[in-house]
Write a protein that binds this ligand. Structure first.
Ligand code: PMP
Length: 416
């Protein structure tokens, strides 16, 4: 993965069984069988370290953050602001004030659309692609309705890559922002974001990346990429739901106005006029998801301790093994065959509806996702209603993939 840096070698290689034992939910039985959890792109399971850290906050540190003089409030504030440092280091940000806590990727994109995009107007353009998640389409459509900014869409090739030539044609002096997905949740494609950013910056156009599916799989360094905005969701990277990060270069965040008003985001409030807090606090109105933020940082620490090299090798093995096994099943067609892919296999089984395939697999204790994966324009591009998607995490095993392949063969017999 040339666009995602790898971390330095870890000291010892983790042992898969011990790693699996750290995830209590992997012990869940579904229809009398241990779950084979292949729905990691929707949300990943949480290690004990994350659960323990959140419980510790609620058990012994629970207090509201900022401005409290009492000890527990200071403990909570230290943990919350410490988590900002952890996430800044996780993303390779230059400064902690470039890390804004949000509810997740969706809210991060909405924040940029509402604030950075508010002065866009008729004659301006934003470049998106055909493989975007709805959360990187609809906020821009809403902005377009408000301001008249025009959306230009980069097409996707048959094997699931961005048409870079077309991107270069669309990029012009009318472009105000390029907003693209780093790793596609439906296809697994890893986009050539370094090249895209270089091209966009060549025209002085800032770039936002939707990193929801990138940060669980490999190390991302925002300074190295020179990206302007980067969005992530904690729950996809083994942390709690309802929390995430918007990274923004300080020079952009400084110039942006707040998008939600309330406590914590102000400096002084007066009916004659209100002044706002500094970044990042001016974007964090109200009591934040304190336990979530602390849990997200614990997940980031967990991933770094595990080591990106091991995670990368494990997932590549699962992807190669799964692709080989599933491709050999008669009638199975993989959707998304780009050369650079994360560990996601989307497929169709003959004429069987994805929903029916998913239901049969569930009876066997195998959890996959079926449907459009919040990428309806992409499904339209391929002329399909949806896919069955198996998305792997480092804790999955070859044995689980064997179960998936056997289950699919049985499903093919039942549904043909
Ligand atoms: N972008 C991508 C590529 C995703 O996969 C998802 C989640 N499926 C999102 C954005 C939205 O993330 P969240 O619901 O956590 O805000």
């Amino acid at each position: 993965m040339s666009t995602i840096a790898t971390s330095p070698d870890t000291l010892s290689t983790p042992d898969l069984e011990s790693v699996r034992a750290e995830f209590p939910a992997l012990l869940t039985e579904v229809h009398g069988k241990p779950v084979a959890y292949f729905d990691n792109a929707a949300t990943a399971q949480k290690p004990q370290a994350v659960l323990d850290r959140m419980e510790r906050y609620y058990r012994s540190e629970n207090a509201n953050v900022h401005r409290g003089v009492h000890t527990m409030s200071q403990l909570a504030t230290d943990a919350y602001e410490g988590a900002r440092e952890t996430m800044a280091s996780f993303l390779g940000a230059a400064e902690t004030r470039e890390i804004v806590f949000t509810r997740g990727t969706t809210e991060a994109v909405n924040l940029v659309a509402a604030s950075f995009g508010k002065d866009f107007g008729p004659g301006d353009e934003i470049i998106l692609s055909e493989m975007e998640h709805h959360s990187n389409i609809v906020p821009w459509q809403l902005l377009s309705q408000r301001t008249g900014v025009r959306l230009r869409i980069v097409p996707v090739t048959d094997d699931g890559e961005l048409d870079i030539e077309e991107f270069r044609i669309l990029l012009s002096d009318r472009t105000r922002l390029v907003a693209l997905v780093h790793v596609s949740n439906s296809l697994g494609t890893i986009n050539p974001v370094r090249q895209i950013i270089a091209d966009a910056h060549g025209m002085s156009v800032p770039v936002l990346l939707d990193g929801a599916q990138a940060t669980p799989h490999a190390s991302v360094n925002v300074q190295d990429l020179d990206v302007d905005f980067y969005c992530l969701s904690s729950h996809k990277m083994f942390g709690p739901t309802g929390v995430g990060v918007l990274y923004g270069k300080a020079e952009h965040l400084e110039g942006m106005s707040p998008w939600q008003g309330g406590g914590d985001m102000i400096e002084r409030v007066d009916f004659a006029g209100t002044t706002f807090n500094e970044i990042p606090h001016k974007f964090e109105a109200g009591t934040p998801h304190i336990a979530g933020v602390i849990g997200m940082a614990a997940a980031a620490d967990y991933l770094e301790n595990l080591g990106w090299d091991w995670i990368g090798q494990q997932e590549q093995d699962l992807l190669d093994y799964g692709t080989k096994l599933l491709s050999a099943i008669p009638g199975l067609r993989i959707v998304g065959t780009a050369p650079k892919k994360a560990a996601v296999i989307s497929f169709l089984m003959g004429n069987a509806h994805p929903y029916d395939v998913g239901t049969v697999l569930d009876r066997m204790g195998i959890a996959v996702r079926t449907g459009h994966h919040c990428t309806q324009p992409l499904m339209k591009r391929y002329g399909i209603p949806g896919t069955v998607r198996a998305s792997f995490a480092f804790y999955n095993t070859r044995e689980e993939i064997d179960r998936l392949a056997e289950g699919l063969e049985r499903a093919a017999g039942m549904l043909s």
